[in-house]
Design a protein around this ligand. Sequence first.
Ligand code: MG
Length: 250
Amino acid sequence: MFTKVKTQNEINLMRKSGKMLAQVLDILEKELKPGMSTKDLSNIAAKELKKLGGQPTFLGYQGFPDVLCVSLNDEIVHGIPSKKRIIQEGDLVGMDFGVTYQGMITDAARTVIAGKPKQNQHIQLVERTKESLMAGINVIHDGIRTGDIGNAIQDVLDKYKYGIVQDLVGHGVGHSLHEDPNIPNYGRKGTGPWLSKGMTIAIEPMVTLGDYNVRLAEDKWTILTQDGSWSAHFEHTILITEDGYEILTQ
Ligand code: MG
């Protein structure tokens, strides 16, 4: 289903949903410490979202068993939280969360370094992945095409010679977690479907220090880099407006 132009009421619900999501990610970022398990993070997310009055979108989505995706280091996305998975000093911790509020969904992710970074290139990877997300967001306006967004993201990442994951992409969001169209993190200007004001989309560059090839873990969920290189992921849900955009998940 192609993402719909949302009504004013739906937009207001998504603003609330996105605000809750940002609050939970802020708390996770603050609480994150080496020595915690990835399940500790999902427990915090579940508890805090309940307090705020939202529902966790990911739990049960296509069978996903938890409220939060936590992906470490060479894991790019869709990591399943586990009590046995202990976060180490310097790990790159990707946290991806979805919130449903009165039927309306927002989706966002951040990558944070646990404790002291191991390498300068990890700090740069995190900062530059965020930079590419903001570059993609900055070009958004009524009438933009998906290729314009992908091109803006790719421009930043090519400059740093990073791997841009191609098998996973941004997407429409709102009534469902994943709505059409796909929004790749690469592309040519002036190509792809047109997007108009009132539509809501998730932009989410997934970036590696190596190449773009991925593999699926034995758990059938976690997506890892094939070459073992470390990766970062940032995501916001965006409302397209007449002359620009509004970030709903901050
Ligand atoms: Mg997403």
